[in-house]
Design a protein around this ligand. Sequence first.
Ligand SMILES: [Zn+2]
Length: 270
Amino acid sequence: MTIRPAPPLSAPDPQPPPTDPIQEPGTPEADWRAWQGLRALPAIDPLTHLPATAGRRPRVMVVAAHPDDEVLGFGGTIAVLAAAGVRLRLVSISAGESSHPHSSAPAARDLAAIRTRELHQALGRLGADVQSVFLGVPDGRVARHERELTGQVADLLLDCDLCVAPFSRDLHPDHEAAGRAVLAAGARRDLPVWEYPVWAWHWALPGDPRLPWHRAARIPLPPDARARKHAALECFRSQIHPLGDRPGDGAILPPEELAHFRRDFEVVWR
Ligand SMILES: [Zn+2]
């Protein structure tokens, strides 16, 4: 999921900088669990929402801005689809190399390789034999590549039946640019696009009017898929444990953050 790097130091600004909701304390998962509206979202079975594909197995493409977004937001559903024989293509836009921009820990220099390995391991735990595509866009700069990204995604969608993308209003610049690019590519191919929130569970409040609840759907996770997702989440060691004990080494996904992704359902906007 990758925090955004701090802006470079510059001359003092008379205006206080705008606060970044992702850096602010987040909404406790207990608040989400206490809100009846989340449980009341219409439940869907993703398998019944795939178009009929005469003579071939359907293919779903899942796009992530950073290695872990797809498992956090959609990993349980990936396990469900994989178990049903749906073909999966996973597109990693960046390698997530900038998750710890202020860390001096040795691992911080090798995050691209570390996070790519973690993702492979996590996908194995989901039981997903996916076709992986790595686009190599620099972490933190997805918006600068949005136009070419839209074209690349549109090409990759040619043999797909559904596309799943980060939420285009997740308030993380990379997630939003990824979501916008995929929505544009999906429109070009006349394909449905589902968006999965990640950071929204942190900054939004139950019933938050900034979220498009009218097009939200809840995907219940059977026990096997939920167990697979929990096991997969443990693979992202570089994100759920501190890289070291110095400032800048802190975990991106401490337990209170990870709690949002241990539910027995996932939510998509569609
Ligand atoms: Zn991310």
